[in-house]
Ligand binder design. Structure first.
Ligand code: NOJ
Ligand code: CA
Length: 543
């Protein structure tokens, strides 16, 4: 891969808790991941992004970090992480780690010190700690709500309040304080020095706050917003870019930026800031030709002026699994709608067919592509987890109204006929931290390995061809004329991707060969909810 590997890479997200359990306690770990690196190599991805693996009380599954320079004992040790990075590099796999700048754990030494210190002390200045309102200060300092539900403020024993945009166990850091900036630049160096090739920046746009902490109406937020997408945030990432650029082998900064305004979004991708950011518009887009085409065009138009590569994301650890989403009448995703859609009927066979077609679509688009573990197996959202086992703070903080994200975090099925499906080694004492559906026996890696027509083999073939062909992943996109509800475009010299989202089969365009299809073709016709990659005539074949 070129030194600018993030421009076209296929990046696989590992959610360490649920990937593979090496020591049999029912929780995924680094030993389990190390064992499965050859699986990822053979799948054909270029890089692995690890969701947080740091010491954490796990109030938000590791996004509440108590020590940014170590590994949680449930996952392993720092030397195991170093070894994992080296082994991945030996397999030509790049490594991305998660960096969470907005908040830390309430068990982080800084917050413990702040709690123990007096109001107004320097230790408290690292967070947003304020007196309350009302005669006794028993009302929160402002009306902000936590993104996970409930108020964004929690009271300390001495009566002051601290801000947490997420769970109370995740106090927000004060990025107006130079010590916070220095600390995070040092954390970046810590991981870059260990060979990490890139960082994924959690909640990247909400890091800077208006020091006035004024109330606001979320239905009509003022501009600038008191905490989202404030201009100051760009100084932070310019400084991070300087850190990344200080390394001879290029390191990538990847932003988790949820912003509806494409112009504001693109500012994060200025040449002196982040290299790429997740495309949440695509992730939430309906399975509908017009909507997808508009999203693709808008994405390319947003990225072109800043020279940043687009990214294509169908799923991650925060959203409903694709198979379930595409099997519903409403095929969009948004966080606010999760509670409404949860449990609404989903035709999983239909969802799987569409997920296969969507895989070939996203892998054909120009830029980098993200895969969330289990996507390559066609796993569905586990919607019927017992409430007592749900661990996502969204579930508890909304009083159960929002099921939260546990359903997409169920441990992977690797082999065998019953749980734990090889997730834990034979004879393990612990059960998987969330129960796996019995029906996943048909979706294990073992069951799909070498099985013609399996989701796993589709992903393997697509990823292999994506590297070989001159089209997918690189080169511009050119739309082809196509019937209504059909997406057809050409990539590179001679590879076309056609996706049929209409209700009836459509005739394939003129072609020299079928390279790969997401499902059986009907003679020279492409069935509904099916994608195909074609070699098209007129230009050299390259083989
Ligand atoms: C975004 C992460 O993807 C999500 O899992 C987490 O809960 C929040 N940020 C808070 O860190
Ligand atoms: Ca384990």
């Amino acid at each position: 891969m070129s030194h600018e590997w993030w421009r076209t890479a296929a990046i696989y997200q590992v959610y360490p808790r649920s990937f593979a359990d090496g020591n049999g306690d029912g929780i995924g770990d680094l030993a389990g991941i190390a064992d499965r690196l050859p699986y990822l190599r053979a799948l054909g991805v270029d890089a692995i992004w690890f969701s947080p693996w740091y010491p954490s009380p796990m109030a938000d599954a590791g996004y509440d970090i108590a020590d940014h320079r170590d590994i949680d004992p449930a996952f392993g040790t720092l030397s195991q992480a170093e070894e994992l990075i080296a082994r991945a590099h030996a397999l030509d796999l790049r490594i991305i780690v998660d960096v969470v700048p907005n908040h830390c754990s309430d068990r982080h030494p800084w917050f413990r010190e702040a709690v123990a210190a007096a109001p107004g002390s320097a230790a408290r200045e690292l967070f947003w700690i304020r007196d309350g309102r009302g005669p006794d200060g028993d009302l929160p300092p402002n009306n902000w709500r936590s993104i996970f539900g409930g108020p964004a403020w929690t009271r300390l024993p001495d009566g002051q309040w601290y801000l947490h945009l997420f769970a109370p166990e995740q106090p927000d850091l004060n990025w107006g304080n130079p010590k916070v900036r220095e600390e995070f630049e040092d954390i970046l160096r810590f991981w870059f020095d260990r060979g990490v090739d890139g960082v994924r920046i959690d909640s990247a746009s909400v890091v800077a706050k208006d020091p006035g902490l004024a109330d606001f109406d979320p239905e009509a937020p003022p501009s600038p917003h008191p905490y989202d997408d404030r201009d100051e945030v760009h100084d932070i990432y310019r400084a991070w870019r300087a850190v990344a650029d200080g390394y001879p082998r290029r390191r990538a900064l990847i932003g988790e930026v949820w912003l509806p305004d494409p112009v504001r979004f693109a500012r994060y991708l200025s040449p002196d800031e982040l290299h790429t950011a997740f495309n949440f518009d695509f992730l939430g887009c309906a399975w509908e030709a017009g909507a997808l085409r508009r999203c693709i065009d808008a994405t390319l138009a947003t990225h072109a002026p800043v020279g940043a590569p687009a990214t294509w994301v169908l799923a991650n650890h925060d959203v409903t699994r694709t198979v379930t989403r595409y099997g519903r009448t409403d095929t969009t995703f948004d966080h606010a709608g999760r509670r409404l859609r949860h449990g609404s009927p989903s035709d999983l066979a239909l969802g799987t067919r569409r997920a296969r077609a969507a895989a070939l679509l996203s892998l054909a688009l120009p830029g980098s592509v993200y895969l969330y573990q289990g996507e390559e197996l066609g796993l569905w959202e586990v919607e019927d987890l017992p409430d007592a086992l749900r661990q996502d703070p969204i579930f508890s903080r909304t009083g159960g109204a929002d099921p939260g994200r546990d359903g997409c975090r169920v441990p992977l099925p690797w082999s065998g006929q019953q749980p734990p499906f090889g997730f834990s080694p034979h004879g393990a004492t612990g059960r998987p931290w969330l129960p796996q559906p019995d029906a996943w026996r048909d979706l294990t890696v073992q069951a799909q390995d070498g099985a013609p027509g399996s989701m796993l083999e589709l992903y393997r073939a697509a990823l292999r061809l994506r590297r070989q062909l001159s089209g997918p992943g690189a080169g511009a996109l050119r739309w082809l004329d196509a019937p209504r509800e059909v997406l057809a475009f050409i990539r590179g010299d001679d590879v076309a991707c056609v996706v049929n989202l209409s209700a009836a089969p459509v005739r394939l365009p003129e072609h020299r060969a079928v390279v790969l299809a997401s499902g059986p073709l009907d003679g020279d016709r492409l069935p509904t909810d099916t994608s195909v990659w074609l070699r098209v005539p007129g230009l050299p074949t390259g083989d």
